[in-house]
Design a binder for this molecule. Structure first.
Ligand code: ARG
Ligand code: ZN
Length: 876
């Protein structure tokens, strides 16, 4: 296998050229063998460039060429050239059929890109550029082909043979082999190609579309997992209905297949008619999956389904447009989940994720615009910026245009571009044309990296009875972009009077819910609201209407007021978070300061008292900001002080309200149910348990006993795991027996064992590093399974005091593992390396240690292009 050179070419967005040939038809024939698979391809070429070309390069990687013919003639030496990254056809005719035969080695493909053999199954992952590891081809999204695929395999090992589209024929052949032929009537780019072969059971259901067509739904899993597909199937049907109701989009094939695997680099893949999924987003039973696992399944199943229109029917011209499908599809899956569950709680979770992953990315050396300008390895751009910030941009367009107008824009987008490979520009143009709106300023959101800082100040004029609000924006410099223009920021807002009621918004255009949407387009603008007999407090950026950092001039009293009275759930949550962050930062700066000042205490008390509040929302309000989020608010992250302050605050809140927590813990106990209310109650109850265990009072020991009992007797994984985690991570608790017990119970369930690994790796204790070394040689650890690797290394990197240990031991250890992983799975190695890029956020000693870790990696022999790019951008 050839390793890409680290100084690989940088691809520039501006260099896009339309292909000189199209391949409208491709016929594939695969003889599947784990060691040596043979792939025969017939590619029907048609020149689209006006004049002949001297060279036609086809992509190919890690392929062994066995034969090469053009129109049934063996190609002569002067008619082609083999290169490091493919095959160049010299002076090709205007139309021709190219026949290639190549050999590949699926079992050795631990990168899990292209065709690989893992867990006894043959699987493919072609996005972004995996198809070139299967056969020579124009492996680019603007080449759409109709695929006919024949699979051959031994019947015994691979009774199931699947590919995109419809199964046209099957048959037996010599020596116990069999075959199946599949045809996909929809032309598609190579990245949407998929095939699966293996010994799989199938769970079937049916769906009738709005226009009355019947669709067969099939989920392929291991035989023992067939009972664990209920949530996946149910989510799929709900997603299909939702896309019909909200966007008027129906499914277009007779069959929709989902395959689950333990060996997958990402969450899931939207291959036409044949989605391939990380098992984590398919399998769930109450005994093995937590409530958040269930929610993850619902959203990823929906996400991949929604891609059928936003991604597949309308696809990408080139990879710089990735957010065209991903940002839009994340927005669609977030809205789907908001409609299925509580909208406010969903929004809080979405923003929490955005801030945890995208804000740090946007503030560091890996910052890039939602539509990047350059890449060397496209797999490094499946980022929180392209996905989550991309979704926020779509959400802002939705806010600016309104729901009906947004739908009109979507309709026009589909009408204009169905069956084509297009750009973000085409999407914006459709939104504009359908609504006679001008979004030219909005385009800056796609080209400019960095998170804008929005500063708000206001004053009430008791004589004029008016309130003037001033908003100011500024985007910090990011790599390669030193000066920034203002961007249009939609600020949803309301005014509240001192009784907590809405005050009129005379002076601004009022929206449908009695809110206004202010559009800040300049660096600074002011708005004056009149007819206000009493002072008011503004509720700004409701629902987090733009992906910015809001810095408001409100004092603690105003924040405390909003934490109790704001009628926007997101903003209410935000206010209490702000109070907690402020208190924690004060305690970080001076350890003698209490992290539980009166305003925060009173706000907490009022939420704890409010039994009428939705329990899920109540749990959100009472959940403390994470250590990472607190660190994000500091110029230099004070690792230990943050950990201490947050622990103390948790303890103080636990002790101060011990009685109330205890009452919640007892009152919320209930037999397992799956509805939203039950989920919220579990969450709140486990939060109570964590506060009680953290508290320093007499209750602590008693609660540890409760936790042991909950661990032993829980009738569901949410409760069991919550207790397990508290006990394992408890500083005064010996966890050996419970770790053993858990492993013994669940060793047959890889997804549960991932939790076992990650909770240990995330335990904030000095001896964790040593323990993680042991985990890496545990018999159940496997470098080839990304979920397992992520459980341990991802868990470790999310463990602030251990990963960021002052002596640099965490970094050195971590980099060593990344180095090892790079030889096995470059994509996952590059992704896991990104926490090291944040070195500028730490003190001098840590900076040095983090840089040393990166330098050690940079010096690695046979560094992958993936990891090389991350390091090179991290260490300019
Ligand atoms: N398109 C997939 C999604 O639904 C992600 C696939 C990314 N795969 C990769 N190797 N980069 O988001
Ligand atoms: Zn996607």
């Amino acid at each position: 296998m050839s390793t890409p050179s680290p100084q690989a070419m940088v691809i520039q967005r501006g260099d896009y050229r339309a292909p000189s040939y199209q391949i409208p038809e491709i016929i594939l024939d695969l003889r599947l063998d784990p060691e040596n698979t043979e792939v025969l391809a017939h590619l029907h070429f048609r020149r689209v460039a006006a004049s002949p070309v001297a060279e036609l390069p086809l992509n190919g990687e890690a392929l062994e060429l066995l034969s090469l013919q053009r129109d049934d003639q063996v190609l002569a030496e002067h008619e082609y050239r083999l290169t490091e990254d493919g095959l160049v056809l010299l002076n090709p005719p205007e139309t021709f059929v190219l026949k290639t035969k190549v050999r590949l080695h699926p079992a050795a493909n631990t990168a899990l890109s292209g065709l690989y053999h893992a867990g006894g199954q043959f699987l493919t992952q072609c996005e972004a550029e995996g198809f070139r590891r299967i056969t020579y081809m124009l492996d680019r999204p603007d080449c759409l082909a109709r695929f006919t695929v024949t699979l051959h395999a031994p019947q015994k090992h691979c009774p199931v043979l699947l590919a995109n589209g419809n199964c046209m024929a099957m048959g037996r052949e010599a020596e116990g082999w069999h075959w199946a032929r599949w045809e996909d009537p929809f032309p598609k780019p190579t990245y949407l190609f998929a095939m699966v072969a293996g010994d799989l059971a199938v769970v079937r259901d049916r769906y009738r579309t709005a226009s009355g067509r019947d669709v067969a739904l099939e989920i392929y899993v291991a035989e023992r997992d067939t009972a664990a597909c209920v949530q996946a199937m149910d989510s799929l049907k709900r997603a299909m209905r939702w896309d019909e109701e909200v966007y008027g989009r129906e499914y277009d094939l007779d069959r929709y297949m989902i395959v689950a695997t333990d060996s997958f680099n990402m969450g899931a893949m939207e291959n036409k008619g044949l989605n391939i999924f990380n098992a984590k987003y398919v399998l769930a039973s109450p005994e093995t999956a937590t409530d958040s696992d269930y929610q993850g399944i619902e959203s990823v199943i929906a996400h991949e389904y929604f891609h059928n229109w936003t991604g597949n029917r309308v696809t990408l011209r080139d990879w710089f447009q990735l957010s065209l499908k991903e940002g839009l599809t994340v927005f669609r899956d977030q809205e789907f989940s908001a409609d299925q569950n509580s909208r406010g709680v969903q929004r809080i979770g979405d923003v929490r994720r955005l801030r945890a992953a995208q804000f740090p990315e946007d503030a560091g050396p890996l910052a890039h615009p939602v539509r990047p300008e350059a890449y060397s390895e496209i797999n490094n751009f499946y980022t929180a910026t392209v996905y989550e910030k991309g979704a926020e941009l779509i959400r802002m367009i939705h806010t600016l245009l309104g729901k009906t107008q947004f739908r009109q824009g979507m309709d026009l987008y589909f009408q204009r571009h169905d069956g084509h490979a297009v750009t973000i520009e085409d999407f914006l143009a459709a939104m504009e044309a359908a609504n006679q709106r001008d979004l030219s300023g909005f385009r800056r959101w796609y080209s400019q990296a960095g998170t804008p800082v929005l500063r708000a100040s206001g004053s009430y004029d008791p004589v004029q009875h008016s309130y003037t609000l001033t908003l100011h924006q500024e985007t910090p410099a990011t790599p390669g972009q030193s000066t920034k223009e203002p961007v249009p920021i939609p600020v949803r807002m309301a005014l509240l009077n001192t009784q907590g009621q809405r005050a009129p918004l005379s002076g601004a255009i009022e929206g449908p819910d009695g809110e206004a949407v202010l559009l800040l387009e300049q660096r600074e603008q002011s708005w004056t609201f009149v007819n206000l007999p009493d002072p008011v407090i503004p509720s700004l950026l409701r629902g987090f209407s733009a992906p910015v950092r809001l810095e408001s001039a409100w004092d603690d009293e105003a924040c405390g007021f909003l934490a109790c009275y704001d009628d926007d759930p997101f903003n209410r949550w935000e206010s209490i978070q702000n109070l907690a962050v402020k208190a924690l930062l004060a305690a970080v700066a001076d350890s003698s300061v209490t992290p539980l000042p009166a305003v925060l205490r009173d706000a907490t008390a009022s939420i704890l008292r409010d039994d009428a509040l939705d329990p899920a929302f109540r749990a959100e309000l009472l959940t403390l900001p994470s250590e990472d989020y607190i660190g994000e608010q500091m110029s230099v992250v004070a690792v230990e002080a943050i950990h201490r302050a947050r622990d103390t605050l948790r303890q103080d809140i636990g002790a101060r309200f011990a009685e109330k927590w205890m009452a919640l813990y007892h009152d919320l106990a209930a037999p397992y149910q799956r509805d939203g209310l039950a989920i919220g109650r579990r969450r709140l109850r486990n939060l109570a348990l964590s506060h009680l265990i953290a508290s320093d009072g007499d209750s602590r020991e008693a609660m540890a006993l409760h936790a042991r009992q909950q661990y032993a007797q829980a009738d569901n994984m949410t409760d069991r795991l919550a207790a397990f985690q508290l006990l394992v991570q408890h500083p005064h608790h010996d966890a050996k027996d419970i770790l053993l017990d858990f492993y013994r119970k669940w060793h047959g369930y890889p997804l549960v064992i991932d939790k076992w690994f990650s909770i240990q790796a995330a335990t904030p204790r000095p001896e964790t590093l040593h323990q993680v070394e042991h985990l890496l040689v545990h018999p159940a650890f496997d470098w080839r399974v990304p979920n397992r690797v992520r459980a341990v290394l991802g868990g470790f990197a999310a463990n602030p005091t251990v990963f960021h240990a002052a002596d640099g031991s965490g970094y050195a250890f971590y980099a060593e593992q990344i180095r090892r992983l790079d030889d096995i799975n470059p994509q996952t190695a590059a992704r896991l390396a990104t926490p090291l890029s944040r070195w500028r956020r730490y003190d001098a000693q840590r900076q040095q240690a983090m840089r040393a870790a990166l330098t050690m990696l940079a010096d690695k022999a046979k560094l992958s292009r993936d990891l090389a790019e991350v390091i090179q951008r991290s260490l300019p």
